[in-house]
Design a protein around this ligand. Structure first.
Ligand code: AP5
Length: 247
């Protein structure tokens, strides 16, 4: 794990449903000791608790559509203001629209991190062929206790439908049904994919081929984050300032 004082900064994972954002976010958490902020998990938690947001989001998520932007800002802002985000965080599933990207840019600049230059957020685009996504999504299972992800076809647990770590019965996500998946991919194409160009123009985008074996994808991601961190530290040394973080 990285030194607990090292600044990592914001890391944004961009990619269609099933690209491996959640899987890679968990690997980043383990190596760099920064939190994963999954807006899908935050929303599913609201749905499970039956909050006002959860009640509103439930049917939208079941259809594979995006929850309206204005409902997202409060939960993301609250989470990013938590003390564990000060060294950095990995955003999994946010931003997902042009409006969310603009909001995040303004929020980070105002409240958290330098938003330009070598310490700007790093955006990792997980590039996959859509042909393999159906197997990844319909085969996905997760552990409700520890959050570990499996795939009954590609990364099966040692014992059928049970978590290797704690033996908990694995669960299947409601929106991983075949009839919902196409809607989720269409929402990505229409509303999220334009962000690839947005981040590329800002010079923040690093494409990663995520159609390879998991360890290869993870190794490339770690390499990119390590390089980014070094550039940020070097720039801070040159200017004699520490990379900015919230207080
Ligand atoms: P969310 O939970 O974010 O789902 P998603 O973006 O559709 O992404 P997934 O979690 O399905 O896939 P992933 O890329 O994380 O892949 P994973 O690592 O699990 O969002 C759900 C819903 O919430 C949305 O539809 C929307 O309604 C709402 N929502 C969320 N955020 C929102 C926002 N910002 N605005 C509005 N609405 C929002 O991997 C998938 C499977 O593939 C696993 O089984 C894994 O084991 C396997 N796998 C991963 N990598 C590999 C590999 N390299 N090789 C083989 N198998 C692999």
């Amino acid at each position: 794990m990285a030194d607990e004082t090292t600044q990592i900064g914001p890391v944004i994972l961009l990619g269609p449903p099933g690209a491996g954002k959640g899987t890679q976010a968990r690997n980043i958490v383990e190596r760099y000791g920064i939190p994963q902020i999954s807006t899908g998990d935050l929303l599913r938690d609201h749905v499970a608790r039956g909050t006002a947001l959860g009640l509103e989001a439930k049917a939208i998520m079941a259809r594979g559509e995006l929850v309206p932007d204005k409902l997202m800002y409060g939960i993301v802002a609250d989470r990013l203001r938590a003390p564990d985000c000060r060294r950095g965080f990995v955003l999994d599933g946010f931003p997902r629209t042009a409006a969310q990207a603009g909001w995040l840019n303004a929020f980070l600049g105002k409240e958290l991190f330098d938003n330009s230059g070598p310490c700007a957020p790093l955006v990792l685009q997980l590039v996959v062929d859509y042909g393999g996504l159906l197997l990844r999504l319909t085969g996905r299972r997760s552990c409700p206790t520890c959050g570990r992800l499996y795939n009954i076809y590609l990364q099966p647990p040692r014992v059928d439908e049970l978590c290797d770590v704690d033996g908990t019965p694995l669960i299947f996500r409601d929106d991983d049904r075949e009839e919902v998946i196409q809607g989720r991919i269409s929402a990505y194409e229409r509303q999220t994919k334009p962000l690839v160009e947005y981040f590329r123009e800002q010079g923040r985008l690093v494409p990663v081929n995520a159609d390879r074996e998991l360890p290869q994808v993870t190794a490339e991601i770690f390499g990119v984050i390590d390089d980014h961190r070094k550039k940020c530290e070097l720039a801070a040394m040159k200017t004699g300032s520490a990379p900015r973080q919230s207080n």
